[in-house]
Write a protein that binds this ligand. Sequence first.
Ligand SMILES: *Cc1c(COP(=O)(O)O)cnc(C)c1O
Length: 421
Amino acid sequence: MDHFLYKDGILHAEDVSLPAIAAEVGTPFYCYSSATLTRHYKLFDEALDGLDHLVCYAMKSNSNQAILKLMGDLGAGMDVVSGGEYLRAKAAGIPGDRIVFSGVGKTGDEMRLALEGGIRQFNVESEPELRLLSQIADSMGVTAPITVRVNPDVDARTHAKIATGKSENKFGIPIARAREVYDMAAALPGIDVIGIDVHIGSQLTELEPFEMAYLKVAELTRQLRADGHDIRRLDLGGGLGIPYERSNTAPPLPVEYGALIKRTVGDLGCEIEIEPGRLISGNAGILVSSVIYVKSGEGRDFLILDAAMNDLIRPAMYEAWHDIVPVIEPEAGAERQPFDIVGPVCESGDTFAKARQLPPLRDGEMVAFRSAGAYGAVMSSEYNTRPLIPEVLVHEHQFAVIRTRPTFDEIINRDTIPKWL
Ligand SMILES: *Cc1c(COP(=O)(O)O)cnc(C)c1O
């Protein structure tokens, strides 16, 4: 249930018809459902019921200020991966003690920013990072709460570009070396070792990899406690997948994931953090686009849309599938034909889908890409000088533009011509 449904034959976001939004902002645009975002957050929150816990929304999946505010009002924390994200979270009113700082390459400036503004914890990924954080915190006369992100060497069985928990990945410290690193951390000034962090990848569609990782974390917790460390918080990362192709995938539910957490680490008396991104924002957003041309090719027909790979890069980058549906509901039993669905960018990689079965569509008609709320707008660019597209948030019968489309002048004026030219 994601609140994008046909009503009277027209696709709606909650109680707002998509053609009504298109009439105001033009296409293409992203559209998000508040009710869906809220529902997904609550599913996680309720799945951890009975444990001392905080759901830290992985804001890199969709970091619009309005969405952060909505999440923050529900009580969510934030998982940030850059100084910019930290500032965005603060700007949306998230208190520092609900912000965790992840990422493999935090700079000294970013550390200082977070220590000044307040931070719940740093998830440290290497010894050099640990030393730099110690120096900076010590020089500021403050203490940095940390977990060490361990790499459990578990195969997340997901797309190679978003697997992070194998030993060949750049993330975390090999779990076999963790005890050594914790001893080193405990001896450093300005560092307070409070817990363990793990995140094995994104778009996981099975629970087993989580289970293997969390069992290793549980074992490490006991070892580190025996070594004298006060391990009191476990950050279990994000990564639970969503059904991009509704007709044939059904990843585990948050409630099943929560039960797994309780089973594997629930008896350790630790505060639990999770960092879901995609499962909160992914199916809470769609990308709406218009057909520019229907073009007959050699043995295939192309739907050329006004959205392109610069607006939604997931198909080009991860071979990702998005369900694509007409905004005007096809009649029951309507004939379908295969289309290659492409954008106008000058690259063959600008292909959203091949041989996708759709009812006949005409120029000017609209389609919606489902499951586009995560890693959509945030990964977009202005390649081909195509302006970033608007983002719209719906709440029941209301909608608001939460990011406007820049003008061409704004885009061009960001460049400057040196005076010698
Ligand atoms: C990307 C990321 C997440 C979120 O992953 P999802 O698949 O969107 O849930 C959580 N934690 C860390 C450290 C990440 O890098």
